[in-house]
Design a protein around this ligand. Structure first.
Ligand code: PFF
Ligand code: NA
Length: 442
């Protein structure tokens, strides 16, 4: 068997993991799911979820990957035995479903990027009656959406087929700071808009009675968003950690990834909600999956230098989406390569091709986006995370604390605290979230 690849540089792993985490989940999904959950009430539950479940969960994926040095399906097989292999198969299905619509949404960002080449965003808006919502409605489905979905999937397949991870690592290095600077600048500008105050109220001032009365909706929504945004629950972090040496401090890496990811999502909210309220939109939930496009086109139309900023913003997010999409296709491809002995380019093309076909209906009608997104996030990802917790918490716990301590030193009682958090409270919360997610869906 060929020597298994490892990360070319010390920072390769962290760059790829951050590249996978930071993407449409932060910029596109976070604002509209937050709006769906009523704003600040959702934000609170989501942040708790990231800290108390996302953080232990990412460590679980890391130790599984580093210990087994295998793709997620092979890793479950090795740790749990034959029956768990089939559960691992769910990861592959999840990857299929998520990437199929992820690519369509990424295509929208490419579309809005090109709009900036055709004219100012104010002019582009004018061709749609000056209405950002109408513009989104017209460009989000149809021939152009189909073509851009095709382009995005082709690039994703190309990168994974050629195995050119280095280029993506470099792109991530530039992309993350660029997104932070752009969002921070936009957030400052949004702050100056008259009427934006109500946006902060909506986003940052939780009404705790809504949380308690609405927790059956908030819990599965927060679970799905937390796992989606951190790329958890389908083996991406298992796969990336499987190429890893033993000297890395996984806890520190987890904190870095979560810090960037959560920070960028939070900043996005600080841009979107003030802009909405300043524009007189008092129910941000109306925007749905178009929320980010509606608020941003409005902003870039009003802002001096908006055309350049828009090009930068939509272009950077498209690149962020690419590094996430690559991680999705990489899991699926690595599985076929490792377990079926197929050549890399054939695996990437075959799997990518099927995913591409699955995404096509979304370019016809956004109803399919809803169906696929809620199924993948609210059910499949939570299921995948729950299964991993059961495996590492109960079935094969012996290796976990020892593996985590490599590159750190003796964990003392913290290691035990981590494993016990996984064993009881986290598993309980995930089981309830999964149940509620299923009830919600059907
Ligand atoms: N974390 C990515 C984002 O926030 O856009 C999306 C994603 C990538 C989800 C990889 C799941 C995954 F396995
Ligand atoms: Na993310």
């Amino acid at each position: 068997m060929a020597q298994r690849e490892t990360w070319a540089t010390r920072t390769g792993f962290i760059l790829a993991a951050v590249g996978s985490a930071v993407g449409l989940g932060n910029i596109w999904r976070f604002p509209f799911i937050t709006a769906d959950g009523g704003g600040a009430a959702f934000l609170v539950v989501y942040l708790l979820f990231v800290a108390f479940i996302g953080f232990p969960a990412i460590l679980v994926e890391f130790v599984v990957g580093r210990r087994t040095e295998r793709n997620p399906v092979g890793a479950l097989l090795e740790l749990g035995g034959n029956a768990w292999k089939y559960v691992g198969g769910v990861f592959i299905v999840t990857g299929f479903v998520i990437l199929s619509y992820y690519s369509v949404v990424a295509g929208w960002f490419i579309r809005y990027f090109f709009e900036g080449f055709r004219g100012s965003y104010a002019d582009r808006l004018a061709t749609h009656g000056g209405e950002a919502g109408a513009m989104f409605g017209e460009v989000s489905t149809g021939m152009d959406a189909f073509v851009l979905h095709t382009v995005f999937m082709a690039v994703t397949i190309g990168v994974v087929a050629l195995g050119i991870r280095r280029g993506i690592e470099v792109a991530t290095k530039a992309m993350v700071p660029a997104i932070v600077v752009l969002l921070a600048g936009l957030a400052v500008w949004a702050f100056t808009l008259s009427g934006s105050g109500a946006g902060y109220e909506y986003y940052l001032s939780p009404d705790f009675s809504t949380i308690t009365s609405n927790w059956t909706n908030l819990l599965p929504a927060a679970a799905g968003q937390a796992f989606f945004t951190l790329s958890l629950g389908m083996g991406v972090m298992i796969t990336y950690a499987s190429y890893l040496g033993e000297d890395r401090n996984l806890t520190k890496d987890a904190a870095t990834i979560i810090g960037f990811d959560t920070g960028i999502a939070f900043l996005t909210g600080l841009v979107v909600f003030p802009i909405f309220f300043a524009a007189g939109i008092t129910d941000p939930g109306e925007g749905g999956p178009g929320a980010i496009f509606v608020s941003m086109t409005q902003a870039f139309a009003d802002l001096s230098g908006g055309r350049l900023l828009g090009l930068l913003f939509f272009g950077t997010v498209a690149i962020a989406a690419l590094s996430s999409a690559i991680s999705l296709l990489e899991v699926v491809t690595a599985y076929v390569i490792d377990e079926k002995g197929v050549e890399r380019w054939k695996a990437a093309l075959g799997m990518g091709g099927v995913i591409y076909l699955l995404g096509i209906p979304v370019t016809y009608d956004l109803i399919f986006l809803d169906l696929l997104d809620l199924f993948a996030d609210g059910i499949l990802l939570v299921f995948g995370a729950l299964v991993l917790m059961l495996l590492v918490g109960w079935v094969a716990p012996q290796f976990a604390v020892e593996e985590l301590s490599k590159g750190i030193g003796d964990l003392g009682s913290l290691g035990q605290a981590w494993i016990w958090a996984v064993r009881v409270p986290i598993i309980a919360v995930l089981a309830v979230s999964l149940y509620l997610g299923i009830v919600d869906y059907v």
